[in-house]
Write a protein that binds this ligand. Structure first.
Ligand code: TRP
Ligand code: SF4
Length: 328
């Protein structure tokens, strides 16, 4: 069975974009692959080293979001990156053979340096972000890595590192990991920009029904539809695009008709959608409540995950040391 590894940085509560863009995919993969899902807290530290106070709290909250969404600890290994020191160790070693130019040319690096304001990211660690990510993957010899498009450059770097390792030391020690590309998040934020915690436009998986309803009610609709008697243009409306994600074809068609035919006003239309959303989130809420009722549960899952991850990581690291003539 081929092995999957993926991770997310614990930077805050997960939202619908994470559910549709990554978690749904992970949940399916659990049935067909041996899955490792990692809380990338060291990667979070690269961006948040100036104020790391929230990282541990966010790590636990993210694991709860995963479990509530349907990541099953009986099927998958869930663990926290910083608890397995071999990630740092392998990253250091891969760093020895990674040319600086590969990292400096990395488009994600250049873009983030340009776009992320208010933080000093001109650090050694941040330049090496993809080297640590390569170590995450290679430590488990994962052959498949479900990621979004924004991570493809990092994955390509991991593949290049594997090829260089192969040339230098030994054929076929690490498999070349391939991306399982998740479709770009199909969902926009409530204000039509990219859904993101920092824009304040996200519907979180942990939002209580009342909060979710309020957010739906605040959504901007077709700007040309001033009065309920004005016919609307569903294709220009974000609420309609949400219906297309969460409803079946018949319902989507009904929305189109009442909107274009001015048969229902936007407030009503959003009320109807809010209930569909609340219904979608219900199983997640129910699982979350069960998890909350047993305060020791998450700790137990993480302990088990750590032990499983540790066993694989130690074995790989032992082999790497042997290959590189480092004392064991
Ligand atoms: N860099 C990824 C992100 O920001 C998170 C991540 C860290 C990751 N290590 C990984 C993803 C290994 C896949 C595999 O989303
Ligand atoms: Fe959007 Fe619904 Fe209003 Fe049409 S009726 S503009 S789909 S909210």
């Amino acid at each position: 069975m081929s092995r999957v590894l993926s991770g997310m940085r614990p930077t805050g509560p997960l939202h619908l974009g994470h559910l549709l863009g990554a978690l749904e995919n992970w949940i399916h993969l659990q049935n067909t692959h041996e899955c490792f899902f990692m809380v990338a807290d060291l990667h979070a530290l690269m961006g948040e080293y100036e104020d790391p106070r929230e990282i541990e709290k966010n790590s636990i909250a993210m694991v709860i979001d995963w479990l509530a969404s349907g990541i099953d600890p009986e099927k998958s290994t869930i663990f926290i990156q910083s608890q397995i020191p071999e990630h740092a160790e392998l990253a250091l070693i891969l760093g020895m053979l990674t040319p600086l130019g590969w990292l400096e040319r990395n488009p994600t690096y250049k873009e983030q340096l340009r776009e992320i304001k208010g933080r000093d990211l001109t650090t050694y660690g941040f330049l090496g972000y993809p080297v640590l990510q390569a170590a995450d993957i290679l430590l488990y010899k994962a052959d498949q890595v479900p990621v979004g498009e924004d991570q493809l450059a990092h994955l390509e770097l991991a593949r290049e590192i594997v090829r260089r390792f192969k040339r230098l030391y030994k054929k076929d020690f690490f498999p070349e990991p391939t991306a399982l590309l998740t479709k770009e998040a199909r969902i926009l934020g409530t204000d039509r920009r990219k859904m993101s915690k920092s824009y304040g436009n996200a519907i979180h998986l942990s939002d209580a029904p009342e909060a979710a309803r309020k957010k739906v009610q605040s959504m901007i609709t077709d700007p040309a539809r001033v009065k309920a008697s004005d016919p609307g243009h569903p294709d220009a409306c974000n609420v309609y695009s949400y219906y297309k994600i969460f409803s079946d074809d018949a319902e989507v068609k009904a929305v189109y008709d009442w909107c274009a035919g001015a048969k229902k006003g936007c407030t009503d239309c959003k009320k109807t959608f809010a209930e569909i959303l609340v219904e979608t989130l219900k199983p997640i809420h129910e699982r979350r409540a069960k998890i909350a009722a047993d305060p020791a549960f998450v700790g137990k899952i993480l302990k088990k995950g750590r032990a499983r991850a540790e066993a694989v990581a130690r074995e790989t690291m032992g082999q790497v040391k042997e290959l590189l003539h480092l004392a064991k």
